[in-house]
Design a protein around this ligand. Sequence first.
Ligand SMILES: [Fe+2]
Ligand SMILES: [Fe+2]
Length: 209
Amino acid sequence: MPGRPWFLRNQVEAATRDVRENESPKNKLIIVLGWAGLVKRGDNDAMLRDKNLVPLSHQHQHALALCVRIDRTLNHGSGELETWQAEVERQFHDEIRYHFEVEEKYLFPQALLFPELAGLVDELVREHNSLRRAFERARTRTMDSADLQRFVVALSEHIRKEERQLFEGLQQRLSEEELRMLGTQIEDYFRNSGMPGATCAAPIPRTPE
Ligand SMILES: [Fe+2]
Ligand SMILES: [Fe+2]
């Protein structure tokens, strides 16, 4: 499809890869970025993701996998709008709405402590609001295929921006102790959120010292 983002190509298998297999000895986990297309060919193949942010990166994987599946179906002209809108609604209800709330409640305020990240946070907040409107349109089954395609691009680009700029920016600026506290807040939020499967879906891997 013309204009189809390069980072959605051929990512289904990689999108389901479990990054927990890639523990490194330095309290970091390696996220293999092929799944998200977060680096272009020729860039480094992997980015170190702090273990405290890994649950959110796992959720990014889930959302990107949905985007890839929708994009492939629409690309072949066999999309079933009703089915995909129901799936988009389900994924928002079961996971993404909690993910957005964690970012807004904990990550964005942390980033706002650094003036150079304020513009980025402003963009991400506006994108959350726009994406929430799109999720609402899916819930009311009022999207056409062009809307769905725009939604896939917007959600994928939002995730790519967070992984490359927000998560990386926080990792570079926060101390290990601050990251650990952030990880604890995220873990506690999910445990008490009522999110389906939260107690086993978003564990923070504990790498041996
Ligand atoms: Fe976000
Ligand atoms: Fe996110």
